[in-house]
Ligand binder design. Structure first.
Ligand code: HEM
Length: 352
């Protein structure tokens, strides 16, 4: 560019700035104007800091030497919204879990364990393969550890701290947080493994709707005939495992690995979704764990050792039992002598 051209472009730039100047000056007050406004406000409205806080809470990024996401923002208003939402969410979530456990305890007191009459000489059926059981227990153990540590993180400060004191609670809280953070990623393997092993027998059909219509019969000893898994178990599979646990894994990873550039507001949203899902999931899991342990004779042994008795299968999963009998199912009757340890256990628990 010639010397003349250079001078002309400088003049053009200065002229543009001179024209834009007054408009810009109207929009953004100068420092001098701000100081004067503040001085005047101090006289007219002493103690009114609203404009300063409005500016602070605007979320606008200022300048900072600290590198990182949102470091130039003094106060994030979304944090306040998050804090305000957390308290009622935790309260109602905690109440839901407590109500589920109380209802199950009451049900157990009234109904007791669901049992099946065992005629002597009944055969055994191999209900779960070793791989089926390993997949389930990897998921279940990880999940229960996460649930317990999650409850300490959520409610420990309100429920445990007043009882066990600061020193013990501090250790417990740090331990819970670290165990929670390290156990969570195990679900990245456990959920898909469980899905692959069980999806085949969790297809949904009209019979499942009918099973729900007859749900009261389930607790009165007259179950609506079901296939290998009944509609309640399919609900556990699709809602608890596939939907809820996947949401927990995704939101948990967003919270666990904060180094992928996600904003704090993204993490706050992830936290609220994580909490809500966890409380709903824990209430459903409580029912599942109840039926898988003290609620129903023979169920726990099925998942521990793999076998159920013929009477158990006929009573709880009639259509599956008919398929096993007709040789149409992948699960077969056990060979003689196979699984006898679980047979004695099953008859021991199924008494009525
Ligand atoms: C201590 C914890 C747990 C215990 C004692 C337990 C117990 C059991 C038992 C006994 C069965 C076999 C039921 C049958 O033979 O029909 C079973 C099946 C199953 N469990 Fe668990 N469970 C636990 C935790 C969990 C958790 C946390 C999940 C999911 C997040 C889960 C998902 C499943 C699924 C999907 C099935 C197979 C039912 C189907 O696919 O429809 N379990 N469980």
């Amino acid at each position: 560019m010639s010397k003349l051209g250079e001078v002309a472009s400088w003049i053009g730039l200065l002229a543009a700035l001179a024209l834009a100047g007054p408009a810009w000056a109207q929009d953004v007050p100068t420092n001098q104007q701000l100081i004067e406004q503040q001085q005047q406000r101090r006289v007219e409205q002493p103690g009114n800091n609203a404009p300063v806080w409005r500016e602070v809470r605007s979320g606008r990024s200022g300048s900072t030497l600290v590198p990182g996401n949102e470091m130039g923002v003094l106060i994030l208003s979304s944090g306040q919204t998050w804090r305000a939402a957390r308290v009622p969410l935790a309260f109602w979530g905690g109440l839901l879990i407590a109500a589920a456990i109380a209802a199950l305890a009451l049900f157990y007191l009234i109904r007791g364990m669901i049992t099946v009459k065992e005629p002597p000489g009944g055969r055994l059926i191999r209900r779960f393969s070793a791989a089926d059981r390993y997949a389930h227990w990897l998921l279940a153990m990880t999940w229960v550890v996460l649930a317990v540590t999650g409850l300490v993180i959520s409610f420990g400060r309100d429920l445990l701290l007043p009882v066990i004191g600061y020193t013990l609670f501090s250790w417990l809280a740090i331990l819970s947080k670290n165990v929670h953070n390290f156990a969570g990623p195990i679900l990245i393997v456990a959920v898909p493994w469980m899905f692959v092993k069980y999806v085949r027998d969790n297809g949904i059909g009209v019979e499942d709707l009918k099973w729900f219509v007859h749900i009261f019969g389930y607790f009165r000893g007259r179950e609506y005939p079901s296939a290998r898994f009944n509609a309640g178990e399919k609900l556990v599979f699709w809602l608890l495992l596939v939907v809820f646990t996947t949401i927990l894994v995704v939101t948990g990873l967003i919270l666990n690995f904060s180094n992928f550039g996600q904003t704090r507001s993204t993490m706050q949203t992830a936290n609220l979704i994580h909490m809500t899902t966890a409380y709903l999931a824990m209430a459903i899991a409580a029912v599942h764990i109840y039926l898988g342990t003290i609620g129903m004779a023979g169920a726990y042994r099925a998942m521990k050792e793999g076998y159920v008795t013929e009477a158990w299968a006929e009573h709880h999963h009639k259509r599956w039992y008919d398929d096993v009998k007709a040789g149409k199912s992948r699960q077969k009757f056990a060979a003689s002598g196979e699984g006898t340890a679980s047979a004695s256990g099953a008859t021991r628990t199924q008494t009525s």
